[in-house]
Design a protein around this ligand. Structure first.
Ligand code: GRF
Length: 194
């Protein structure tokens, strides 16, 4: 069973989807820890209800990102975390954690990367008037949504779609696609070990 930490900053609907998949055996992973950089985020409440250990930490309490990530790293060691799964974590991962978790940090992004990286990817797609957008799951590197792509799923944009009508369809896909992709990835990792 893969020990994972989920990093999130906000609502946590992807946290919830991963938690549910793990609970009902569709994802063979143990969510050891939620790391959250926003004390009032809804995801903290979700983790509490789910009985998942939570580490809340604010970058502002440290003099630099390396010190912040060192404190997180100590928690990851304590919980024997093997993979970091980002789910709406609104910060770039710094060089310290990237080095410690080389090729073991995964992110989900609501566009077909490399199109529309960064914030408000769904709004960016509407603005650009593209006919197809989607969801990308990728390894994390030091750039903003630039790491090697693991899996993608396309979603059509209809005439008249707005950010409000498109966002729920994207999130619905995310909630199914993220746990499934993680399951495949973790199975591959296990197979390669043996
Ligand atoms: C998702 O759209 C994800 O793709 C992006 O941030 C959003 C997080 O949503 N990285 P939630 O907090 O999981 O509800």
């Amino acid at each position: 069973m893969m020990n994972i930490a989920i990093f999130a900053s906000g609502n946590g609907s992807n946290f919830q989807a991963i938690y549910s998949a793990a609970k009902n055996g569709k994802l063979e992973a143990n969510i050891s820890l939620l790391v959250c950089d926003k004390p009032n985020a809804k995801v903290v409440e979700r983790a509490k209800v789910a009985g998942i250990s939570t580490f809340v930490v604010s970058l502002g309490d440290f003099s630099n990102k390396e010190e912040y990530e060192l404190v997180i790293y100590e928690q990851l060691l304590k919980y024997e975390v093997q993979f970091i799964v980002l789910a709406g974590y609104m910060r770039l991962i710094g060089s310290f954690l990237l080095e410690k978790f080389d090729s073991k940090i995964i992110n989900i992004h609501p566009s077909l990367l490399p199109s529309f990286p960064g914030k408000d990817a769904i709004g960016q797609a509407i603005e650009a008037k593209v006919k197809v957008t989607g969801v990308t799951i990728h390894y994390v590197d030091k750039g903003m949504d630039t790491g090697p792509i693991i899996a993608q799923k396309a979603i059509e944009i209809s005439d008249g779609d707005t950010e409000e009508t498109l966002a729920p369809r994207i999130h619905q896909v995310e909630h199914d696609f993220y746990p499934k992709t993680l399951q495949k990835l973790f199975q591959q990792v296990e197979t390669n070990k043996s």
